[in-house]
Design a protein around this ligand. Structure first.
Ligand SMILES: [Zn+2]
Length: 221
């Protein structure tokens, strides 16, 4: 795993990460979309979709979690400080696993792992150190984003805090497709959504049920 491709200028490395990124944004909340940056998350060997710091920036850009000029500055900073960028990436992945762990446990009606809660609390402290009320706009804004390689983590952890304090938290589900592990907010009226998407896991489960039904039918004739 490399933080960046050092032979390329930052904009080229970012562009190539943007082109490679294969993620979806349908979970209904920023922190859940971030939790879904690992495929087959509930399996023993999930597939990493954010393999480098530039992919983390690409994700933040496509998800509009940070301003484009902030992303550009961070790409430049990462090129000059590759070890620090790797540290920030490792923290982002650890945060993602903690978010997934907390919601996955909740979905299974288990208590959250204290290590996950401690990690989220720690990142919350880091993030909120940079949150500032802009009196003119009367809006919250992040400070020092352009010089902080961990800035992509802040809106994610803020989204987690928002979700946990909203009534929507009861609607967070984990996809029934085993071992998909994707999280989503169930906004269906009767709260009956089971799949991350009908096109992928829903259809796979339907095909498997069909296969099992036909296989278990007695032979004809
Ligand atoms: Zn799924």
């Amino acid at each position: 795993m490399s933080a960046i491709s050092s032979s390329h200028p930052p904009d080229v490395a970012l562009q190539s990460a943007l082109g490679e990124l294969n993620v979806e944004f349908g979970a209904g909340h920023l922190c859940l979309d971030f939790a879904n940056t690992a495929d087959w998350h509930a399996s023993a060997q999930p597939i990493e979709l954010i393999p480098s710091y530039m992919h983390l920036l690409a994700w933040a850009q496509l998800r509009e979690a940070l301003a484009t000029e902030t992303i550009q500055s961070l790409a430049d900073l990462a090129t000059h400080h590759p070890a620090d960028a790797l540290d920030a990436l490792a923290r982002a992945i650890a945060l993602r696993e903690a978010i997934y762990g907390v919601f996955s446990a909740r979905h299974r009606e288990r208590s959250a792992n204290p290590a996950n809660l401690a990690l989220i609390n720690e990142e919350l402290q880091h993030a909120f150190d940079h949150l500032h009320l802009n009196g003119g706009l009367l809006a919250w804004e992040w400070q020092e984003t352009q010089e902080s390689l961990d800035a992509p983590l802040w809106p994610i952890v803020q989204s987690m805090a928002d979700l946990l304090t909203s009534s929507d938290v009861g609607r967070v589900r984990e996809c029934a497709g085993d071992p998909c592990g994707w999280l989503f907010l169930d906004t269906s009226r009767n709260r009956s959504r089971r799949w991350c998407s009908m096109e992928s896991c829903g259809n796979r489960a339907k095909a498997r049920r069909h296969y099992e039904r036909t296989r278990s039918m007695p032979p004809r004739g």
